[in-house]
Design a protein around this ligand. Structure first.
Ligand SMILES: NC(=O)c1ccc[n+]([C@@H]2O[C@H](COP(=O)([O-])OP(=O)(O)OC[C@H]3O[C@@H](n4cnc5c(N)ncnc54)[C@H](OP(=O)(O)O)[C@@H]3O)[C@@H](O)[C@H]2O)c1
Length: 265
């Protein structure tokens, strides 16, 4: 059922105007895939699309907002009418605002929930019937290691990622005919994480993330997580009882804050 090669596969990346999505588009195009890239900023998409490898594959770009169900539907239908089959759809669109809960701007918090959760619900609502019509395909959602457990300055972002993890598990069980995947990145250096005011542990570059993600799409693993040395630590922390988890996390946060003070970040 899964994809065994990227060559000549049609892959729709939503959230590809920067960061991991942009790097993934470049990586997949270089591997011979036909890439369709989406996000809101059309100018960025156009320039990325024009510079992709293997241009004979007729890569496309379509700008829309994932929170706009009608625009999402129209875009999916347009793409479907232009390609034989959408082999894989990867939702990377997301938004973030690292703040303590007491400093959170409620309008921004609502926006994070809209993009990160509504976007995923809209994708499922539109793509499940479409994929069933074409006899299956891959559907990948993006969580985060931040969704494994509550972390300071991660709210409400981390909560939306925990929701995606839970939702994707339901979908995996409900839709055996669809190749449902969960992407769980650790820290990746992108415009999103540029706003972090702390030194990110085991941070990787977007092209490393893209490579790991592309390998994951071809594997049989439900969860595609990277970089493994960081994600395994986070997975371990998730298994601990609350009292021990809170103790370790508080200590880790103190160390990160001290390093930030020392480095002036
Ligand atoms: N970087 C990390 O360390 C990290 C770690 C864990 C998880 N993640 C997740 O990985 C995904 C990609 O993040 P990134 O780091 O690559 O961030 P990024 O560079 O900020 O990319 C986010 C992408 O989402 C698009 N987007 C945002 N709101 C949208 C909307 N309403 N409709 C359509 N597209 C929208 C943005 O483009 P436009 O502004 O043009 O719409 C952009 O292409 C996100 O889901 C993020 O939560 C990242």
């Amino acid at each position: 059922m899964g994809m065994t090669t990227l060559r000549s596969k049609t892959i729709w990346i939503i959230g590809a105007s920067s960061g991991i999505g942009e790097a993934l588009a470049k990586h997949l195009a270089a591997k011979g895939a036909r890439v369709i890239i989406s996000a809101r900023r059309e100018d960025k998409l156009q320039s990325i699309c024009n510079n992709l490898d293997n241009r004979q594959n007729d890569h496309l770009f379509e700008a829309f907002d994932v929170t706009d169900l009608e625009a999402f539907k129209q875009t999916a239908n347009k793409i479907q009418s232009e390609v034989n089959r959408i082999d894989s759809t990867i939702l990377l669109a997301g938004t973030y605002d690292p703040k303590l809960i007491q400093d959170m701007d409620i309008e921004t918090a609502h926006k994070i929930i809209d993009v990160n959760i509504k976007g995923a619900l809209n994708l499922s609502h539109i793509m499940i019937p479409l994929l069933k019509k074409q006899n299956g395909g891959q559907l990948a959602f993006t969580g985060s290691v931040a969704g494994y457990k509550g972390l300071p300055k991660g709210q409400p972002y981390s909560a939306t990622k925990a929701a995606i993890m839970n939702f994707t598990e339901s979908l995996y069980v409900e839709e055996p005919g669809i190749d449902v995947r969960l992407i769980s990145p650790g820290f990746v250096e992108t415009p999103m994480t540029d706003m972090n005011d702390f030194e990110m542990p085991m941070v990787i570059k977007p092209d490393e993330a893209a490579k790991a993600l592309a390998e994951g799409l071809l594997s049989n693993s439900y969860e595609i997580h990277f970089p493994k040395k960081f994600t395994f630590i986070m997975k371990f922390l998730r298994l601990l009882p609350h009292w021990l988890y809170f103790k370790i996390t508080k200590k880790m946060m103190k160390e990160i804050e001290n390093r930030a003070v020392q480095s002036g970040k």
